[in-house]
Design a protein around this ligand. Structure first.
Ligand SMILES: Nc1ncnc2c1ncn2[C@@H]1O[C@H](COP(=O)(O)OP(=O)(O)OP(=O)(O)O)[C@@H](O)[C@H]1O
Ligand SMILES: [Mg+2]
Length: 370
């Protein structure tokens, strides 16, 4: 799956940008503040319905405009079919998304149309941050390869919310609490089964991705399901009930899950350098892309913000080589053109020079093949 044409209107300083994209390597370079990250942000909004920089899309709309629009032509690897995707944040604050002219009901549909992975300066949080980051990483993968997951996950979230709402009431209806608990337990188990199955399938692609990078060691992923598994969930919830009433929330369950990421048997976040942590994040996300490709026959798209600032020269080359090996389309940004020239010298690619919100295709890199 790749984007062949991209149109961006009024996203931050990008007033109107049209880019014919390369099916694989797209490099965007230019000075600070020229709009490189905004270019990636536009693609991200098209695939996720939100920005990775700000919760409120009002901030992302160009200051002098009322609304933003991003649209793209997407080609699927498996069928060769073309589709038109579009998003709009209207002046009334409404968010609209369309595929081939049909309105989408939710951002979930958008996510399945355009599977994308972002790696930027905050991505080290996948290892150093809290469990939420790792659950999101995991759920991205499960969502894209297990078709029944969205429905189970939604029902789990809804039931958990209802149980928590009840716990927040002054006087608790114990009978109702039993009903929500009984409903939550099987959903908790189903979410756990989906995630476990996904993680065991990810082990092999991860081993391959890790071996493509020098200096990472033996990486392992271990799933913590969110409760003490030596007891049944019925026992856990019975034991927790008094505590849940006091804390007014559900102490244990799939919403407390985590992945223990280890390198040579040691917790990765405690033992790796910052650069190695970033490299491991690349390996994890590339492994997901590889697994996704195996399961669906489609590649996913990568957005790599300021790659030269993130990795040393050798590792940059290894990342680019792996992305090419997987057949993924990628959009990479950086300040200096020279940082990329050697990396993509022998690869078909396209370079975009970004200057104060406008792009121009760099004619000197004429080996791109569109
Ligand atoms: N809502 C907005 N309207 C207009 N301009 C904006 C808006 N929000 C941010 N900008 C400006 O957009 C420009 C592009 O920002 P962006 O983060 O994309 O630059 P960049 O090329 O990634 O820079 P760097 O190399 O420093 O990361 C900045 O100059 C910023 O001040
Ligand atoms: Mg930037």
């Amino acid at each position: 799956m790749f984007l062949s044409q991209l149109d961006i209107f009024q996203v931050r300083n990008l007033e109107s940008v049209r880019a014919s994209c390369h099916p694989q390597a797209n490099i965007i370079y230019g000075p600070n503040g020229s709009g490189k990250t905004s270019f990636l942000e536009s693609i991200y909004m098209l695939g996720r319905g939100r920005s990775f920089r700000h919760r409120d899309l009002r901030v992302v709309v160009n200051n002098a405009a009322d609304e933003l629009v991003v649209s793209a032509r997407l080609t699927r690897d498996s069928t060769g079919s073309n589709h038109q995707l579009g998003i709009k944040r209207t002046s009334k604050g409404r968010f609209e998304a369309r595929v081939d002219g049909n309105s989408l009901q939710s951002a979930v549909q958008l996510v399945s149309e355009l599977p994308l992975q972002l790696i930027d300066a905050h991505s080290f949080m996948l290892l150093e941050g809290g469990p939420l980051q790792r659950r999101q990483f995991l759920d991205w993968g499960v969502f894209h390869v297990e078709h029944g997951y969205t429905d189970v996950w939604r029902r789990f979230q809804k039931t958990l919310k209802q149980r928590n709402q009840l716990l927040r009431h002054g006087r608790i209806d114990e009978e109702l609490l039993r009903v929500w608990t009984a409903e939550l337990i099987p959903l908790c188990e189903q979410v756990t089964d989906f995630r476990r199955r996904y993680l065991s399938g990810l082990a092999e692609p991860l081993e391959k991705a890790v071996s493509a990078f020098d200096g990472l060691g033996q990486v392992s992923l271990e799933y913590y399901c969110g409760w003490d598994e030596s007891r049944t969930l019925q026992e856990v919830y019975a034991h927790d009930q008094a505590r849940d009433v006091v804390t007014r929330s559900t102490s244990h369950g799939a919403h407390r899950a985590d992945i223990k990421i280890k390198v040579d048997g040691q917790p990765a976040a405690d033992h790796l350098s910052r650069g190695q942590i970033k490299l491991l994040v690349y390996a994890l996300k590339l492994a997901q892309a590889s697994h996704y490709r195996e399961k669906s026959g489609e590649s996913c798209l990568f957005l790599l913000d300021d790659l030269p600032a993130e990795l040393d020269y050798q590792h940059r080359g290894q990342v680019i080589a792996y992305l090419n090996h997987l057949g993924c389309q990628y959009f990479v940004t950086g300040v200096d053109k020279q940082d990329f020239e050697c990396l993509v010298e022998k690869l078909p690619h396209k370079m975009f020079h970004m200057e104060h919100g406008a792009t121009s295709v760099d004619e000197t890199t004429g080996i791109e093949s569109l």
